[in-house]
Structures are given as C-alpha cells and as structure tokens.
Write a protein that binds this ligand. Structure first.
Ligand code: IMP
Ligand code: MG
Length: 178
C-alpha cells in the first residue's frame, strides 16, 4: 500500500516496515552493548510506543525489565498547557537505570514532562530512546540518547502512531500528503 487515508487526511508511504525493523535491531545491538552491566528498566510510553517497544525488546539479550506508563490529563480542569500526570509506575526505580521509550519526539514538551516526573523517584540515570524525532521542532532540552530516524517536520502515522486514534495498526510509516 503506497497511499492510505485516515479520517479526512491522505498519507503516502514514508518508511517501510523492513527498514523500521532493521533500524530497531541496530539500535538493540547498541543498547545491548552500552547497558549490559546496568540492569536497565525500559519504560514504554503508551499508547504510541507499543510497537517500537515490542520490537526493540525482543532484540535485547541483556538482563533488563520493561513496564508501560501513560500520561493522564488531570480531571476537572482544562488540560491545555497543564502538566499531565504519569500513571502506571509499579516498580521501585530508585537507583536504577531507566530508558524511556517514546514513539516520537516532536517539540519535546512531552518528554520534558516525563523526565521531570521520573526524576522525583530518584533513578540512577534516565536515558531517552525514541523511534522517531523531528530535529526542526525539538527544543533540545535533553540529549536524545537513542533514536532510529530523524525526520522532517511533517505529520506521520503508522507503526503505533495515530491521527485522532486511527492508523496505529499500519505496519509501515506514512507521511501526510495533503
Ligand atoms: P511533543 O510533546 O511535541 O514532543 O510531542 C510528542 C507527542 O506528540 C508524541 O508522543 C505523539 O503522541 C505526538 N506526535 C508528535 N508528532 C506526531 C506525528 O507526526 N504523528 C503522530 N503523533 C505525533
Ligand atoms: Mg505519544
């Protein structure tokens, strides 16, 4: 499929599944080497990171754990511009090496929010791994330790990423074409 429609928008093929999986397995090799003695805990950020997290995790061969977190809007107040609460952390991460797994880093507002909240639990270190990032949009607040693709500032869907709740199931990544 070279073209897909999600809601009212048209998208064209941007990165094929084979290429995505190749880059993720290359990244896993690097992480296997870098973090082999660190017993890292990977924290996937739902919903967008689930495919990236699954593919990366099955290519890791070091002692490590994984858990998934979600950013929840506060109830009762307007959520625009407000810090969203990070929910779902059951592990004690004090003193641990954490690797955040994101689908995409755009402006960096989301990752900033996540890092700030995780620091409160006193992990030994926090590393950031993302499938995609948009250097033109990113505020450079934190070093991105690991990424698979840097991409132009265009809207994309597929491989876990959505447009208003749809398109996450697409196995390739598609870029907006209208
Ligand atoms: P940031 O806070 O601007 O860095 O945005 C990060 C979040 O926005 C990601 O976790 C995605 O949920 C969403 N996002 C940013 N760019 C895209 C895109 O091109 N397609 C789909 N979702 C995106
Ligand atoms: Mg997301």
């Amino acid at each position: 499929m070279d073209k897909v429609q999600v809601h009212d928008k048209h998208f064209s093929l941007f990165i094929e599944n084979k290429e995505i999986e190749k880059r993720i397995s290359d990244l896993a090799l690097k992480i296997n080497n870098d973090l082999k003695d660190k017993n890292p805990l990977f924290l996937g950020i739902l919903n967008g990171s689930f495919m990236f997290a699954g593919e990366l995790f099955k290519n890791l061969n070091i002692p490590c754990g994984i858990s998934f977190l979600k950013l929840a809007s506060y109830e009762g107040t307007s959520s625009t511009g407000k810090i969203k609460r990070l929910i779902g952390l059951n592990e004690d991460i004090k003193g641990r090496t954490i690797v955040i797994l994101e689908d995409i880093i755009d402006t960096g507002i989301t990752i900033d929010n996540i890092v700030k909240q995780l620091k409160g639990y006193e992990p030994a270190e926090i590393k950031i791994a993302t499938l995609l990032y948009k250097p033109e949009a990113y505020n450079d607040m934190y070093k991105i330790d690991y990424f698979c693709f840097d991409i132009p500032n265009d809207f994309i869907v597929g491989y876990g990423l959505d447009y208003n709740g749809y398109g996450r199931n697409l196995k390739h990544i598609y870029k907006i074409s209208d």
